[in-house]
Design a protein around this ligand. Structure first.
Ligand SMILES: C[S@@+](CC[C@H](N)C(=O)[O-])C[C@H]1O[C@@H](n2cnc3c(N)ncnc32)[C@H](O)[C@@H]1O
Length: 353
């Protein structure tokens, strides 16, 4: 496959993925971009010969983000008048897209040069039952360590309100409410979870105090997913007010340093969502070795929400601090938190035994 064919395929693949994840507008936009690439339209000159793997590099997302930023900031009112919630046909939208590409080459060059970075707050609704399971199994306060935290929106998970159809959890007055469909086995979420401390790192944290960085974060939300945008905005406001800090650091170095710190009367919880796939093998191996080392003599939990084709698994590994280690897939989940399928009916007893 030559590089042009690879480019076209990346847009077609992105279209299928956007469709699966509930963004028909993005799917149509990506397919329209692919058609234009096939015809050698202006987008072909804009994207040129991409040196790497365009899908793995998120090139279609970079392009979509550049366009959405023009809409969100009001920089291109013509495009905004056609974008969702307006229901213009995709060929009309595409004319405005081509006009934007020709009017603002620097804007597109800027977006195409940066890796898309997102932070999905509804993943907290997928992580929450894992935190509950850890608290219940250990009876200890949680000392939280998050890697790949991006803007830090999943740091405040215990301050959000959750609705899983008939059951709720958290403060009903929270400005952030996360709704998630609960499928599969029942699980009693119980009351509050005690948190001893929380810290986070990211290789490239997003500074949400910087308005330009907030625009980037918002631009990668798909334009017809206004509910996601509203959740993001509410979580941004809360996270900003709480002065959550995400330390700039590589995950392996940071985990090693944090685990070396004293931690009495707590269970240390390493958690991450949609991060593991970006780490190199040496980084993963170092983190695993450090966890095993720490877990040999202290209570430790590793809660991972990570890719497991075609969806994402929530996996819990628990070290009792007495040489005993267990690993369970707790749930299969939708990558943006629309649903979770709880797998382990006997979890309370099983993890506690
Ligand atoms: C897809 S985002 C997920 C962000 C967030 N966890 C969420 O669920 O919304 C992946 C994050 O991992 C971070 N990351 C990738 N490699 C890393 C590394 N070696 N050390 C720390 N963070 C890393 C990226 O900067 C990015 O913010």
């Amino acid at each position: 496959m030559n590089s042009r064919q690879q480019l076209i395929k990346s847009f077609r693949d992105q279209a299928r993925y956007a469709d699966y994840l509930g963004s028909p507008f993005t799917a149509a936009l990506m397919n329209r971009a692919a058609a234009s690439l096939e015809q050698g339209g202006p987008i072909a000159a804009l994207l040129g010969d991409w040196p790497g793997d365009p899908f793995a590099d998120g090139l279609p997302l970079r392009f979509a983000g550049a366009l959405h930023a023009l809409v969100l900031t009001g920089a291109d009112p013509g495009l905004a008048a056609l974008y969702p919630p307006h229901a213009a046909d995709i060929d009309t939208v595409w004319q405005a897209v081509e006009a934007a590409m020709s009017a603002r080459p620097e804007h597109f060059a800027d977006y195409l040069a940066r890796a898309p970075q997102t932070n999905e707050v509804r993943r907290s609704a997928l992580l929450l039952p894992g935190f509950v399971a850890i608290a219940r199994a250990t009876g200890l306060k949680l000392r939280l360590l998050e890697i790949g935290a991006s803007a830090g929106l999943n740091q405040l998970w215990d301050h959000y309100r959750y609705r899983y159809a008939d059951k709720g959890w958290g403060d009903p007055a929270s400005p952030v409410t996360l709704e998630c469909e609960w499928r599969g086995a029942p699980f009693d979420l119980g009351g509050p979870v005690r948190v001893a401390s929380r810290v986070a790192c990211d290789r490239a944290p997003i500074d949400i105090a910087d308005p330009a960085q907030r625009v980037h974060l918002r631009a990668y939300i798909w334009p017809d997913q206004s509910d996601r945008l509203a959740r993001l905005d509410a979580a941004l406001a809360m996270t900003l007010a709480a002065r959550v800090r995400v330390e700039p650091a590589d995950a392996a170095d940071w985990v090693e340093a944090r685990l070396a710190e004293p931690s009495d009367d707590v269970v240390t919880v390493l958690y991450h969502s949609v991060v593991w796939q970006y780490l190199g093998e040496p980084t993963k191996a170092r983190i695993r070795a450090n966890l095993d080392d720490h877990g040999r003599c202290r209570p430790l939990a590793w809660l991972a929400l990570e890719f497991a084709r075609p969806d994402y698994d929530l996996t819990l590994t628990l070290w009792r601090g007495d040489g005993n280690k267990t690993r369970k897939i707790l749930a299969r989940t939708h990558p943006h938190g629309a649903w979770l399928e709880w797998l382990d009916q006997g979890l309370t007893g099983a993890t506690g035994s």
